[in-house]
Write a protein that binds this ligand. Structure first.
Ligand code: PMP
Length: 339
């Protein structure tokens, strides 16, 4: 018999899939690493497992303990799955810009969810960072993994995502692209890949409204760069410890609209029903690829999560129209074409 003892064993070893349609006109091979194949449907299962197992190893997490995290949803799902398999409780704080689906999914898998305001600074006591920290102080036998600053986050990618990409491309990868939020995915993976071949170019996809790109280019933390935006999971108004700017060669900023439109194209043209930031990652990576990729180059773009979490937004035509994101020709009905 071949089976997993718990879902934990199904984390990682996600497939690389060639992009054939959205890449028209681009030289080289562009592959997507499709992280929705993880049991929690996102890349964050990897860091959830690593953060919990490292906390067990260093003795900060004891049997029956509570895991508290400020999460945009995907990390919560990963932590909830791993916590169930290992017998821990979960409480998550998240910002109210996150989709209702994400909140419902976390509650469905048994976590307590506390929704906090989006448009307050991180140090405000109402922010989801501050609320998570306070709960951690107040609840005995609790841990606050803090994916932003916890080195187990980037290490999970250094130990799993990087080696899988190197193995599956037979060491032929030349460019690696991923969205940047906590920085764990892009920096941990890039560190491993650059150690194998220092020529591998790493491209982080940032959002308009976020501080990263300007900081890399000028060394200045420019508060004027910060403004509210809608894309979930990428861009920040803080500099998390998991961001190692030496591991990123280029930053590309993507708008909410460009990310959303590309996510819909991935679903329609490639059959990849992915999350909003996956559209952002592909849009930004292809912008770079169009100018820079050569015939023999191999680019891998990491797609963090699944489309179901965005059904009420990116995959809802009315929501897209309300935000001015819909190109009407793209959505012509059969009736429009006949008449
Ligand atoms: N996309 C989504 C949907 C995410 O939840 C995250 C995590 N914040 C990212 C991209 C960025 O990944 P990382 O935090 O590893 O930089």
């Amino acid at each position: 018999m071949q089976y997993y003892n718990t879902l934990i064993e199904a984390i990682g070893n996600t497939p690389l899939v060639k992009l054939n349609s959205v890449t028209k006109g681009i030289k080289g091979t562009v592959l997507a690493k499709v992280e929705y194949f993880n049991p929690g449907n996102s890349v964050k299962d990897r860091i959830a497992l690593k953060m919990i197992e490292d906390a067990e190893k260093d003795g900060t997490l004891k049997p029956g303990g509570t895991i508290i995290e400020g999460t945009s949803g995907n990390t919560g799902m990963g932590l909830a799955l791993v916590a169930q398999a290992k017998g821990y409780k979960c409480i998550f704080t998240l910002a109210d810009k996150q989709s209702q689906e994400k909140i419902d999914i976390l509650r469905a898998v048994g976590a307590e969810v506390i929704v906090c305001p989006t448009n307050v600074p991180p140090e405000d006591p109402r922010s989801y960072y501050s609320v998570a920290r306070k709960l951690n102080e107040d609840i005995p036998n609790s841990i606050y993994p803090n994916q932003y600053d916890n080195p187990s986050n980037a290490r999970a990618h250094y130990e799993t995502t990087g080696p899988e990409i190197w193995r599956d491309t037979d060491g032929k990868i030349t460019h690696y692209a991923a969205g940047i939020g906590t920085g764990g995915t892009i920096c941990g993976t890039s560190k491993y890949l650059k150690e194998q071949n220092s020529q591998v170019t790493s491209i982080a996809i940032d959002s308009y409204g976020s501080v990263f790109k300007k900081y890399k280019e000028t060394g200045v933390f420019d508060e004027n760069e910060i403004y509210p935006y809608l894309t979930e999971g990428i861009g920040e108004d803080i500099l998390p410890k998991n961001v190692d700017f030496d591991m990123v060669d280029h930053f590309v900023k993507v708008t909410d609209k460009d990310g959303a439109v590309m996510a819909r194209r991935l679903a329609r043209e490639e059959g990849l029903f992915t999350g909003w930031s996956c559209g952002s990652a592909v849009h930004g990576a292809l912008e770079y690829a169009r100018e820079n990729l050569k015939e023999d180059d191999v680019m891998v773009i990491l797609l963090p999560d699944h489309g179901t979490r965005y059904l009420g937004k990116v995959y809802n035509d009315n929501w897209m129209k309300d935000h001015g994101f819909l190109e009407s020709r793209q959505f012509a009905t059969a009736r429009d074409i006949i008449t």
